[in-house]
Design a protein around this ligand. Structure first.
Ligand SMILES: C[S@@+](CC[C@H](N)C(=O)[O-])C[C@H]1O[C@@H](n2cnc3c(N)ncnc32)[C@H](O)[C@@H]1O
Length: 82
């Protein structure tokens, strides 16, 4: 399962993918999420992992990537993150 961290509804997305796990989450809820956020303006993650999209047939979602290198490191680019 993958999605835009800013907008995904984890419970709905998971219930479409693995209902039994979604049912457990709905009952027990989520206590916390550990995250390693993108290094803003330093890496194009889709390009870095292009082989994986190709190998596994994942759809690329370049336009949803937070702070990719190709959008730069300017204050203006940073303001557009959220
Ligand atoms: C510093 S890396 C962390 C990688 C991860 N911890 C791992 O071990 O594979 C930041 C990750 O954020 C992802 N990312 C960028 N924009 C995102 C978005 N809108 N929603 C969810 N993840 C995003 C990137 O694709 C990248 O894999």
């Amino acid at each position: 399962m993958s999605g835009d961290a800013r907008t995904i509804d984890i419970f709905t997305a998971l219930s479409k993918r693995k209902k039994s796990f979604a049912d457990i989450l709905n009952r027990q809820k989520i206590s916390g999420i550990f995250s390693s956020p993108p290094y803003v303006g330093l890496i194009d993650y889709h390009e870095q992992h292009a082989y994986a999209y190709d190998l596994f047939g994942f759809d690329r979602k370049d336009e949803l990537e937070i702070g990719p290198l190709f959008k730069g490191q300017t204050k203006e680019a940073q303001k557009k993150l959220c």
